[in-house]
Design a protein around this ligand. Structure first.
Ligand code: ZN
Length: 303
């Protein structure tokens, strides 16, 4: 199944269901950042969460940033996801590897750390982004984001995130989000039912690896509760809007002295985009052009 996001409702619109498959985009991130197994799982889960969170926003340019900062060896995780289906992200220490946990799974909780924060910013695209911070629950990311949704956004939610990494790379990745909307939220039993159903499933990645489609998984979960699957599926992908021109713009901000220094000491400049690990190289000639631009800007300002 291609990387995609599918929406549905149940219980007469009282339950919102979103599923996302991120297998290919997580593999793109793994290769770009040369992520270890556990780093692939940590970043992959966070990217799936970002896409699921962004999916409930309304304005086309809306984006969600999730920063997770725990006390584990992985360092921080940063993900930027949009309602348009694009996502990018990185971890501070991509090479960190840990032995499996007691359940034989990738030990994301130990890699992220159990003390720390989840910081979420929702930006609808015209300023005044909404941001909120909660403490980490387990560092496993799914539980941490669920806690964030329940406390900061007051939306009772059940969330499953999964990444399966085999010896040839990412074999399955994605997530499922079930949310009780305000008019149904008083029904606490429903929250408990959904949580129970989600936890009784064999896990999200095993279902994907068994070739279940998102609609089939939705059917398993809430098929008896008046499930309505929205017909359009949305493609999702790893995408970073960085470019050589943007990098030149950022270099220009450093000012003439700094640029002159780069020409004399390094014979050019090299900049790496944190989000996608793309390396941009500039020659001394290009840096000299930037200096000439700055000098011209200054002369025009003085005129
Ligand atoms: Zn980039």
């Amino acid at each position: 199944m291609a990387d995609q996001l599918i929406r549905a409702t149940a219980a007469g619109g009282g339950i919102r269901v979103v599923g996302v498959i991120t297998t290919k985009l997580t593999e793109v991130a793994r290769q770009r950042h040369q992520l270890s197994y556990v780093a692939t799982a940590a970043l992959g889960r966070t990217m799936a969460a970002g896409l699921l969170l962004a999916s409930s926003m309304k304005r086309p340019q809306s984006r969600v940033n999730i920063r997770i900062k725990g006390d584990g060896p992985l360092g921080g995780i940063l993900v930027d996801a949009g309602l348009d289906g694009t996502v990018r992200g990185y971890v501070d220490n991509p090479a960190v590897e840990l032995p499996p946990n007691a359940a034989g799974k990738l030990d994301v909780g130990a890699a992220v750390g159990r003390q720390g924060y989840v910081y979420v910013v929702r930006d609808v695209g015209y300023g005044y982004p909404y941001s909120s911070t909660v403490e980490l629950v387990s560092g496993e990311i799914g539980e941490d984001i669920t806690y964030y949704l329940a406390t900061s956004e007051q939306t009772p939610s059940a969330l499953a995130l999964g990444v399966y990494v085999g010896s040839n790379g990412v074999e399955a990745a994605g997530g499922l989000l079930l949310q009780i909307l305000p008019r149904a939220a008083e029904d606490l039993e429903m929250v408990a039912t959904l949580e129970q159903r989600l936890s009784s499933l064999t896990g999200f990645t095993p279902m994907l690896r068994a070739n279940k489609t998102l609609p089939q998984i939705f059917e398993d979960l809430v098929g008896d509760m008046g499930l309505t699957i929205l017909p359009e599926s949305q493609l999702v992908r790893f995408h970073c809007p960085c470019s050589f021109e943007r990098m030149l713009g950022a270099l220009k901000m450093l000012g003439e002295d700094e640029l002159q220094d780069m020409i004399e000491k390094d014979n050019g400049a090299e900049a790496t985009c944190h989000f996608c690990n793309e390396i941009y190289r500039t020659s001394s000639d290009q840096l000299a052009e930037l200096i000439a631009d700055l000098q011209q800007d200054r002369q025009e300002a003085n005129r």
